[in-house]
Design a protein around this ligand. Structure first.
Ligand code: AMP
Ligand code: MN
Ligand code: MN
Ligand code: MN
Length: 282
């Protein structure tokens, strides 16, 4: 199975449509993809439509903004049902938080001399309630305040920096619960990325995630080094978790990995799709 189960479109902070992602996946010979936009499921229908047309298996996905012990944590939901009113209602709620946070971020940036950031970021997003830090990053690069995205995050958009606005995202328990209610598999996204040294470490997070009903973690992803692949494969075995993989592709310029540019999961782990009923198998 050649899979990429973490991709973004214009419905969140990606630069491509779902159709463009499917075409890239088909060109690479992928069997299975999922579009996992931040706090949105809107691009899934388009992904399924083009997936069918081009012979790429597609499962519905999302990436929920959540928090645990005050640390922002992303929970990917995979293989969701087509309809889930509680999830849809929660997504509207979270996106409203995103809309308000965007105004606050723009305010914070104006205080350090960066003007026009709201509309500057907004023009890269598809709606007011979809604005992500990535969109601000594009504006700061565009206006020459920084030379690339990574610099924007280091100087302005990380916790403790002048353009960072802490947000009360939903608990990981609620995020996992919503995904389970939608018939999906809850996956802890890019576990190596969280700074948990003051919060009991990754093992405490994994315990809470499993207790909430979480079933898988990303083992191979853009944020992980080859050494991380073994570390997180071992956590899969220890916590009885399935393994997922994805590029977290946003755009060719901003992403380290192209769509589907991933090695296979190690044979020592059970893939997240193990007991999904899929029409496309290889
Ligand atoms: P948000 O959900 O609006 O808080 O934005 C989070 C998004 O910002 C992530 O999904 C990434 O796309 C991007 N991001 C976060 N940290 C970094 C970083 N250090 N470098 C580049 N992009 C980042
Ligand atoms: Mn993103
Ligand atoms: Mn993420
Ligand atoms: Mn992502």
């Amino acid at each position: 199975m050649l899979a990429d189960l973490h991709l973004h479109t214009l419905a969140s902070d990606g630069a491509w449509t779902a159709q463009e992602l499917v075409l890239a996946a088909a060109a690479r010979g992928l069997n299975l993809i999922s579009v996992t936009d931040h706090d949105s499921v809107d691009a899934n229908d388009e992904a399924l439509h083009y997936g069918e047309l081009h012979g790429v298996g597609v499962v519905r996905g999302t990436e929920l903004s959540a928090q645990w012990r005050g640390v922002s944590v992303h929970i990917v939901g995979l293989n969701l049902h087509a309809q889930c009113p509680p999830l849809d209602a929660a997504l509207v709620e979270v996106r409203e938080m995103r809309r308000i946070r965007a105004l606050q971020i723009a305010d914070a940036l104006s205080q350090v001399g960066i003007a026009g950031a709201y509309y500057g970021a907004r023009k890269y997003a598809s709606a007011d309630d979809r604005i992500a830090r990535t969109h601000f990053a594009r504006y700061l690069v565009e206006t020459g305040h920084c030379s690339h995205t990574a610099e924007v995050f280091t100087r302005y958009m990380k916790p403790g920096k002048p353009g960072y606005v802490p947000t009360e995202w939903m608990s990981i328990e609620r995020a996992v619960g919503l995904i389970c209610d939608a018939g999906g598999t809850a996956v802890l996204a890019h576990p190596a990325r969280y700074d948990l040294q003051w919060h009991g470490g990754i093992e405490a997070l994994l315990r809470a995630f499993v207790d909430a009903g979480g079933r898988a973690i990303e083992v191979i992803c853009a944020a992980h080094s080859p050494a991380d692949w073994s570390v997180y494969a071992a956590y899969c075995r220890r916590f009885d978790l399935r393994a997922s993989l994805g590029t977290d592709f946003h755009s060719p310029r901003e992403s380290r990995l192209a769509v589907g540019d991933l090695p296979k999961l190690p044979s020592s782990v059970t893939p997240v799709w193990h007991d999904w009923s899929l029409s496309t198998r290889a």
